[in-house]
Design a protein around this ligand. Structure first.
Ligand SMILES: Cc1cc2nc3c(=O)[nH]c(=O)nc-3n(C[C@H](O)[C@H](O)[C@H](O)COP(=O)(O)OP(=O)(O)OC[C@H]3O[C@@H](n4cnc5c(N)ncnc54)[C@H](O)[C@@H]3O)c2cc1C
Length: 400
């Protein structure tokens, strides 16, 4: 009788993991150091993931996707991130923040026109929520969209920190961006937000700047986007006017789960590297793994890694994509796993001494990349706030 394996609940999941792990070893690992050092996004490598069916992993098969579940999404992010979290972040922005959002919230015309292109890798997608003056405070966004007499919309404003916002060094924007903009106020005077599909080449849409000198995630492009009287056809409004919160909330749970999965990949790799190093390295006539202080790094790293893995895959097995209701745990896994990953990467660097501090030995890159996960897709503080709020509403969750 096989034992319960939350991380590989079916044969299909196990095969997916094996395929992504092999592919990552062959294609992602060899380029990771160079693309981080050069602060470049490997666009061709990303496009090639279309052939593997990974770019539309959660999108329906009829539009070119793989139609898989949240566990599958978690597996892909864990495996990619164990090698190259920066590249994985670009993949997440495309496949989770754009493709999944469109697959679950777009109308038939939008899905039929755009999904096959983003699932194949012909088009690269991004999602633009954050602005220079509004991040956690989403309702504080100031980008506006005003409907014109002919039904089209005019967007004005700037978006900041957009992963895949540009796809090269020449200011070429993403082919299509999922943009949240303010379209007025509702009956109760609250900000009303609507969602638009902005495509490269639409007048008034451009890249303000590619952001350089990031601490980590340097193999993903981060950009400022500018909307200057940007004209968006009526057909590119997603859902109804004022429906952005529905799109945001539905997608955020999968985003946070897969960001936690990235943390898991970082933790696994860091633990693996520190464990083998502790055997190979000797000091004072002993393997360093014989020293109690080194055992603390390895022992605590193992326990934290196993705890995050169990919580993440438990949440993934219970998350139905497109159905809201798992926020308590999607916030919970991201809160716990991101800091745990940062700590395990830090332990790995400490165990590896001077070698841990240089790029060739990988953990310094993982250590830098890990920090972003405590900020992007919701800060640690926003998770603490959400969890506390949700437990005020449903304290019974603790005893279930
Ligand atoms: C590399 C990178 C990639 C990114 N990719 C994307 C992307 O693709 N799309 C996108 O839309 N955004 C993206 N972001 C933006 C990211 O989601 C935001 O940086 C994040 O949401 C935090 O927003 P902020 O930077 O404006 O900080 P703020 O919201 O200004 O927060 C500053 C500090 O105040 C704290 N704070 C704020 N409000 C509260 C509160 N109510 N209670 C307690 N503390 C609070 C925060 O936790 C934080 O510590 C990316 C960011 C980075 C760095």
């Amino acid at each position: 009788m096989p034992s319960l394996d939350l991380a590989n609940p079916t044969e299909e999941h196990r095969m997916l993991r094996e395929m992504v792990r092999d592919w990552t070893q062959e294609h992602v690992e060899p380029q990771a150091l160079e693309y981080d050092r050069d602060e470049k996004f490997n666009l061709e490598l990303m496009r090639s993931m279309g052939e593997l069916g990974l770019l539309g992993i959660s999108a329906p098969e009829e539009y070119g996707g793989a139609g898989m579940d949240a566990v599958a999404c978690t597996i892909v992010h864990e495996e990619l991130s164990a090698s190259d979290p920066g590249f994985c972040l670009a993949y997440l922005a495309h496949s989770m923040l754009f493709v999944n959002n469109l697959a679950y919230n777009g109308n038939e015309e939008q899905k039929a026109r755009i999904l096959p292109k983003v699932c194949s890798g012909e088009w690269i997608g991004a999602m633009a929520m954050s602005e220079p003056d509004a991040g956690t405070d989403v309702l504080g966004l100031t980008t506006t969209a005003v409907q014109q007499d002919d039904g089209s919309w005019k967007l004005n404003g700037r978006k900041m920190w957009i992963t895949n916002g540009c796809i090269d060094e020449d200011g070429t924007p993403a082919d299509v961006v999922w943009v949240y903009a303010r379209t007025g106020t509702d009956d109760r005077g609250r900000v009303q937000m609507s969602t638009f599909l902005v495509e490269a080449g639409m007048p008034g849409f451009s890249v303000g700047q590619k952001i350089y000198d990031k601490t980590g995630m340097r193999a993903s492009n981060t950009a400022e986007l500018v909307f200057d009287d940007c004209v968006v056809p009526a057909a590119n409004l997603v859902g109804g006017v004022g429906e952005s919160l529905i799109h945001m909330m539905g997608n955020l749970e999968l985003e946070r789960l897969t960001l936690a999965a990235m943390a898991l990949g970082i933790a696994r790799r860091s633990l693996d590297d520190m464990n083998s190093y502790a055997t190979d390295r000797t000091a004072f006539g002993s393997k360093i793994r014989d020293f109690g202080q080194i055992q603390r790094f390895i022992g605590e790293g193992w326990a934290k890694y196993r705890a995050m893995r169990a919580y993440i895959y438990d949440t993934a097995n219970n998350l139905t994509i497109g159905v809201a209701g798992q926020r308590l745990d999607s916030d919970g896994v991201k809160l716990f796993a991101t800091t745990a990953a940062k700590e395990i990467a830090d332990s790995a660097m400490q165990v590896m001494g001077g070698y841990g501090y240089v790029g060739e030995y990988n953990v310094e890159r993982l250590w830098r990349d890990a920090k972003l996960l405590e900020i992007g897709g919701g800060t640690l503080e926003s998770h603490q706030k959400n969890i506390t709020r949700d437990l005020a509403r449903d304290g019974e969750a603790i005893n279930r």
